[in-house]
Design a protein around this ligand. Structure first.
Ligand SMILES: [Zn+2]
Ligand SMILES: [Zn+2]
Length: 559
């Protein structure tokens, strides 16, 4: 986008503008005159010029009629509530304004955006630039470095241009295109807003209540980060909702980040039920814009890149899962979406080691919820060792633990998930079952983890059309079956680290009335992963017992 670099008569600081008439008028009202040094075809080039210090003396720009200022300012104020708290490229601003505020010509929109920048409602950077602090190319929207960027001939600016591949699905961020950060409007308790928000919750258990109080306290005291380490099936969503409610009643905004689109879509109706007066904005790859002014948004992590200091509370579910795991840029995006004094709640069943260590030492604020909502202890995994596991599998030799597992599931009218380490192992185990247990083969299915398959398989499982599902770790999270048994085949494989095994074990025993579900780890060797997972599960049960939150009975041998 064409961008001018200018100075003022009494101030040699270089400034830039995408609508220099606006600047001429703005400064004229303050007794300053604008001298345009150069006009570049790209905002990125103008930025380089700003920093280079080169350039010849330029031409004085006469200000346009004064009446224009009022028009631009009025338009800026009317767009403000639509744009506040967002980080958007020029094309996105244009699309959003056209869709939600009505058509506006490019020149006019540029003038209005420049007005917003001059009056402190927004600021502007090139989509991709070389910030002096890091002195290498970087995308200002997603934070991607040179590895995510590429240089090519650009149709926009007509020159060589650097653009970002990493956040391409949100629209192309490039060196010649401006990225606008719109400052949030004053929201939250400081502004004294209060609105009545209805919250409908099932009665919380003692454990949930305790976590809920700690989260409320974290929000109230303005804690930046707060970790909720809750076992699988603990009902942590419900435990966090009172904190969400408090922020909403205080006039603040809340963003709930989930790892995948299907999780967002499952969560939205739950939020709808909890907050019946508030529509929930749902944002993911294909959902388009937030259309309502509702302060409650459920989104995938990548959507956070489109917000700027917008939310007084950000809840990040499964912070240890893909895609947030090991992705500092995505995490930075989530943090940038949170208001300056906002709180970020991390929810997880399996926090990374450094975090759990810091939590245990009291160096990181957080809380542990060691018990499920029904109060029954977590099932303790049983270890089975078998030499030459894989060769027996391929040669169709007996594998007594697998046979025993299949029989046990059938005997107790349950469903079995059989986890294998690699996609290719799904068929290996299926062939073994066909050979050794042809009568059971018809009840077995395999899942490879292709997109779209997951949803269909889950539906068939829930309907009970499948008794045994052979799967990789793609189903380690998010599957809740009432009569579930789990066998991990080859539990000594490195993909089955302790967090993965804890998640997998967490599929079992999710309802109080089915108590036959068991977790079996079958491997040739005992690994640190298996032992750690078991230690952690035992530890959680001990903590829950010590706090008096476990409901146990002797018939099941849980004492
Ligand atoms: Zn990017
Ligand atoms: Zn370009």
């Amino acid at each position: 986008m064409e961008t001018s670099v200018y100075t003022l008569t009494r101030d040699p600081t270089r400034r830039f503008s995408i609508a220099p008439d606006v600047d001429a008028l703005y400064w004229d009202r303050r007794g300053e005159a604008v001298t345009v040094l150069e006009t570049h075809p790209s905002v990125g080039q103008a930025f380089r010029h700003l920093r280079s210090g080169k350039g010849a003396p330029g031409d004085r720009l006469p200000p346009p009629p004064v009446s224009l200022w009022e028009r631009w300012e009025r338009a800026a104020h009317s767009l403000r509530s639509l744009l506040a708290g967002r980080a958007l490229l020029w094309d996105e601003v244009k699309g959003l304004v056209r869709e939600l505020a009505g058509p506006m010509g490019d020149q006019e929109l540029r003038a209005v955006l420049q007005t917003m920048c001059l009056t402190g409602m927004a600021f502007m950077l090139p989509g991709v630039e070389i910030p002096s602090a890091v002195s290498r190319w970087r995308c200002n929207r997603c934070g991607s470095g040179p590895e995510g960027l590429f240089r090519s001939r650009c149709g926009r600016c007509g020159g060589e241009c650097v653009s970002c591949d990493r956040c391409l699905f949100l629209g192309r961020s490039r060196a010649c295109t401006p990225l606008f950060f719109f400052l949030p409007e004053e929201k939250g308790e400081a502004s004294g807003d209060f609105r009545r928000v209805d919250l409908r919750l099932p009665a919380l258990t003692e454990g949930q209540k305790w976590v809920s109080d700690r989260c409320l306290e974290a929000v109230r005291s303005g804690q930046r980060f707060f970790l909720v380490w809750a076992v699988t099936g603990s009902g942590k969503t419900e435990a966090v909702l009172p904190a969400v409610h408090r922020v909403l009643e205080g006039g603040g905004r809340v963003l709930w980040v989930s790892p995948r689109r299907d999780v967002v879509e499952e969560l939205a109706p739950r939020l709808d039920r909890a907050f019946p007066d508030l529509p929930v904005n749902v944002l993911h790859g294909e959902s388009g814009w937030v259309r309502t002014s509702s302060p409650l948004t459920a989104a995938t992590a990548h959507q956070a890149w489109r917000f700027y200091r917008c939310f007084q509370l950000v809840v990040v579910d499964e912070v240890d899962a893909f895609p947030l795991k090991g992705d500092p840029q995505l995490r930075a995006g989530v943090e940038r979406a949170a208001a300056e004094r906002g709180t970020i709640l991390w929810l997880t069943a399996t926090p990374p080691r450094d975090l759990r260590r810091r939590l245990a030492r009291g160096q990181f604020p957080g809380v542990i919820l060691p018990v499920r909502h029904h109060g029954r202890p977590l099932p303790e995994p049983r270890l089975f060792r078998l030499w030459r596991l894989w060769s027996s599998l391929d040669q169709g030799r007996p594998l007594p633990p697998v046979t025993a597992f299949l029989e046990r599931v059938v005997e107790h009218g349950g469903q079995g998930l059989l986890f294998v380490p690699r996609v290719a192992d799904v068929d290996r185990l299926l062939s073994w079952i066909r050979r050794r247990h042809p009568d059971r083969f018809g009840e077995c299915r395999g899942v490879s983890g292709r997109d779209g398959e997951r949803k269909r398989i889950l539906e068939e499982l829930r309907r009970g059309d499948i008794r045994f599902l052979i799967t990789t770790t793609v189903l380690e999270r998010g599957v809740t079956l009432p009569r579930c048994h789990v066998l991990v085949f080859g539990a000594d494989h490195p993909v089955f680290d302790a967090p993965a095994l804890v998640q997998i074990a967490g599929r079992v025993g999710r309802t109080a009335d089915y108590r036959f579900g068991e977790v079996w780890f079958l491997s040739a060797e005992r690994t640190e992963g298996q032992l750690k997972a078991i230690r952690e599960i035992l530890w959680m049960n001990r903590v829950a017992r010590r706090r008096g939150w476990l409901k146990e009975d002797e018939e099941n041998g849980c004492q």
